[in-house]
Design a protein around this ligand. Structure first.
Ligand code: F6R
Length: 615
C-alpha cells in the first residue's frame, strides 16, 4: 500500500525513479510524484492518476538531478488529487518527504503546528510529518548527516501510527534518510549508487543486493555508503542479502494481463509449492522450515489460522483439510478481528499467519499479538523477504513467484497445497494410514496437469462470461471445503468486475438468500461429485424452480448436471480433498473474462492495492 522509491548515484534520477515506481504501482495507483535535488533546491512533480500521468508531465518538463525520492499513492487521508499526492514539503520548501502508512494523531499535531503559524497545502497526514522533520532540522545543533537523521528521529518519536518514509533536504546534497515503523523499506545496494524502496520488486533491474530494514530503524544513504541505526545505536555488520526473482515479474509474456498470466502459471506455481516436500517413503510431507520437532507437533491440540481476504479463504479450506486429515480442531480468524478481540485461546494452540505479501498490516499485527501471548506462530508467505516471514517462528514459503495482478490467484492455490501438506504431516504424526497418505501424494502429483486441463477451457469461459457480464448481482454457493471456494469466487468477481457477488454455504439458501433469486441473478454452484453432491443438486432444483440461471462447476464426466444447469464449468476429477484446488480455477477465469468484457482494469481494479500495509 503506497510505494516508495529513492535513488542516489551518478545517474539521472528521474528515469530511474519513474521506472522503479512503475514496478511498485500495484501497491497503490491513485496518484504519484517525485522530488529531485536539482543543484539549487528541490523540484517536485506530482499528478493524480496512474504513473503514466506523472511520466507525461516529467517528460514534458524533465527534472535534472542525481538524487531523488518518489511515491505512488493509495489514498488514506485526503482524496486522490494533485495536491494530496506525495512528496510533501516542509514550511521552508527545502525538505521533501514521501510516506507509506497512517499517522493516527495527525489532527492533534496539525492543530499544534497551525497554532505556531504552519500553513498546510494538502489534506494529508503526511504533510504534518514533513513539517515536523523540517522544524526539528532547523532547530538542530547536530552537524553533518546526523542533522537530518536526528531531525527524522525526533519527528518520528512524536508520531503514533505506522510509517515508511524517505526524506531529502536541499541543504544536505547527496543524502537520503529513510525510516520505518510498521511499513516495509529495503535498501538496494548498487555499485557507486544506492536505492531505497518499499519492496525488492522495484529494484529488479538495478540490483539484487538488498538490506531489509528492521522495524524502527533509520538509514542514511549516500551514493557510496549507508548506515543503519536502530533505537539501540548503529547496526554493525549489516548483512547484504542476494535475492532472486523480480525481473520476470514485470513481463506479462503472451498474456494481456498479469492476472491471466498468473492464473496460467498455476501448474508450475503449485508444483513449486510441493517440490521437495513429498516424502513417498514415509507417505507424508517434509516441511523443514516449521522449526518444530515431531514431538512438539504431536502436542498441538488446536490450530488458529489468521489471514485477510483470499489468504483467509485459503485458511478456511485449510481448516477442512487439517480437521479431516489430522482431526485437530481448527479455527480461522480475520487478522483484524483477532488482534483487537478478547478471543480465548487454549494453551497448546499453534497459529498460522497466511499472507502472500507477508506485509499485510492486520496479519502482522495479529501475528505479533499471538507471539506476545507466548504462542508459536508459523508463517505461510510468498514474499521471502517480508516482515511476516521474518517475524514468524518458522513456516512454509509458497515459492509461487511474484504475484503482480492485484487479485490473488496463484498464491491462493499455492496456499491450498501448503495446507494439504500441513494436514498430511500432522495426520501422519497421529493416526492417518500410510495408504491414505500415499493416495493423497499421488493425487497431488497429478494436480499440475489437471490445472492445465482446467485452463484449456479459458476460451470457452470467455464466451460464457459475455453472457453473464451484464448481471448486477451474482451468488456463489458451495458446501464444506467448497464453501470458501464460493467465497473466493465471489471475491474475485467483486474485485475485478465490480458486480455485486456473495458466497454462502449452499444450504443457507433457504434461510434468506433465496429471496435474491430471479431470472437476472446467476448462481454459481460448486457441484463436483463428493459426499454432498446430492444435497447440492437439491439446492440447484430450488434455484431452478425460481427461474434463477445456474452455472455449475462440475466434473467433466458428469452427464447429469448438464441436463440441470444452464452452464457447466468443467473440471477434472481428483482426490476429494484436493478438488477445491481445481474448482477455483474456472471461477478465477470467469471473473477475469467478465472483467475484460466490461472493460475493467483487471490488474489494477479501482480502490484496491496489492499490499495492504495500513490497518
Ligand atoms: C484478493 C486479495 C486480497 C488479499 C488480502 C491479503 O484477491 O488480493 O483479499 O488476499 O489483502 O493479502 P496478503 O495475502 O498479502 O496478506
Amino acid at each position: 500500500m503506497c510505494g516508495i522509491v529513492a535513488y542516489v548515484g551518478p545517474r539521472d534520477a528521474q528515469p530511474i525513479l519513474l521506472d522503479a515506481l512503475s514496478r511498485l504501482e500495484y501497491r497503490g495507483y491513485d496518484s504519484a510524484g517525485l522530488a529531485i535535488l536539482n543543484g539549487k533546491g528541490i523540484e517536485v512533480r506530482k499528478k493524480s492518476g496512474r504513473i503514466q500521468e506523472l511520466a507525461k508531465i516529467c517528460l514534458a518538463e524533465p527534472v535534472k538531478g542525481r538524487l531523488g525520492i518518489s511515491h505512488t499513492r493509495w489514498a488514506t487521508h485526503g482524496a486522490a488529487t494533485d495536491k494530496n499526492a506525495h512528496p510533501h514539503l516542509d514550511a521552508s520548501g527545502r525538505l521533501a518527504l514521501v510516506h507509506n502508512g497512517v499517522i493516527e494523531n495527525y489532527l492533534e499535531l496539525k492543530t499544534k503546528l497551525m497554532e505556531t503559524g504552519h500553513i498546510f497545502l494538502s489534506e494529508t497526514d503526511t504533510e504534518i510529518l514533513a513539517h515536523l522533520v523540517g522544524e526539528a532540522f532547523s532547530s538542530s545543533r547536530e552537524k553533518g548527516d546526523a542533522r537530518l537523521v536526528e531531525a527524522v528521529r525526533s519527528a518520528v518519536q512524536q508520531i503514533q501510527g505506522t510509517l515508511g518514509i524517505a526524506v531529502i533536504h536541499a541543504d544536505m546534497p547527496g543524502l537520503i534518510v529513510g525510516a520505518r515503523r510498521g511499513s516495509p523499506l529495503v535498501i538496494g545496494v548498487g555499485e557507486g549508487e544506492n536505492f531505497l524502496a518499499s519492496d525488492t520488486q522495484a529494484l529488479a533491474p538495478y540490483t539484487n543486493r538488498v538490506v531489509i530494514l528492521q522495524d524502527k530503524e533509520i538509514v542514511s544513504l549516500r551514493a557510496d555508503r549507508f548506515d543503519v541505526a536502530s533505537p539501540l545505536g548503529i547496526r554493525e555488520n549489516v548483512k547484504v542479502e542476494e535475492i532472486e526473482d523480480g525481473v520476470a515479474a514485470s513481463d506479462k509474456g503472451v498474456h494481456q494481463h498479469f492476472m491471466l498470466k498468473e492464473i496460467f502459471e498455476q501448474p508450475s506455481a503449485i508444483q513449486n509449492a510441493f517440490r521437495g516436500r513429498l516424502d513417498a517413503d514415509g507417505a507424508t510431507a517434509k516441511l523443514g522450515g516449521l522449526n518444530m520437532s515431531p514431538q512438539e507437533l504431536r502436542q498441538i491440540d488446536r490450530i488458529c489460522v489468521l489471514g485477510c481476504g483470499t489468504a483467509l479463504h485459503a485458511g478456511m479450506v485449510g481448516k477442512y483439510l487439517i480437521e479431516t486429515l489430522a482431526k485437530i480442531p481448527v479455527e480461522t480468524q480475520h487478522s483484524s478481528e483477532f488482534r483487537y478481540g478478547d478471543s480465548p485461546v487454549s494453551g497448546r494452540t499453534l497459529f498460522f499467519a497466511v499472507s502472500q505479501s507477508g506485509e499485510t498490516a492486520d496479519t502482522l499485527g495479529a501475528l505479533r499479538e499471538a507471539r506476545r501471548r507466548g504462542f508459536t506462530v508459523l508463517g505461510i508467505c510468498n514474499n521471502v523477504a517480508s516482515t511476516i516471514a521474518r517475524e514468524s517462528d518458522g513456516g512454509v514459503y509458497m515459492h509461487a513467484g511474484p504475484e503482480i495482478g492485484v487479485a490473488a490467484t496463484k498464491s491462493f492455490t499455492s496456499q491450498l497445497v501448503i495446507f494439504t501438506l500441513i494436514g498430511l504431516l500432522l495426520g501422519r504424526l497421529r493416526f492417518l494410514s500410510a495408504a491414505h497418505g500415499r493416495e493423497l501424494l499421488q493425487a497431488m502429483e497429478n494436480l499440475p496437469a489437471q490445472i492445465t486441463q482446467c485452463l484449456a477451457y479459458s476460451d470457452a469461459i470467455r464466451e460464457i462470461a459475455q453472457r453473464y457480464a451484464h448481471a448486477s448481482s451474482m451468488l456463489f454457493l458451495g458446501r464444506l471445503a467448497n464453501f470458501p471456494i464460493a467465497l473466493e469466487g465471489a471475491l474475485k468477481v467483486k474485485e475485478i468486475t465490480y458486480i455485486h457477488a456473495e458466497g454462502y454455504p449452499s444450504a443457507e439458501l433457504k434461510h434468506g438468500v433465496i429471496a435474491l433469486i430471479d431470472k437476472e441473478t446467476p448462481t454459481v454452484l460448486l457441484a463436483t461429485q463428493d459426499g454432498v453432491y446430492d444435497k447440492n443438486l437439491g439446492n440447484l432444483q430450488e434455484i431452478k424452480a425460481r427461474s434463477g440461471p445456474i452455472i455449475a462447476v462440475a466434473h467433466d464426466d458428469d452427464k447429469k448436471i448438464c441436463t440441470l444447469a444452464d452452464t457447466v464449468l468443467k473440471v477434472p476429477r481428483t482426490h476429494e480433498l484436493l478438488q477445491p484446488i481445481l474448482n477455483i480455477v474456472p471461477l478465477q477465469l470467469l471473473a477475469y473474462h467478465i472483467g475484460v468484457a466490461l472493460g475493467r482494469d483487471v490488474d489494477k481494479p479501482r480502490n484496491l492495492a496489492k499490499s495492504v500495509t495500513v490497518e
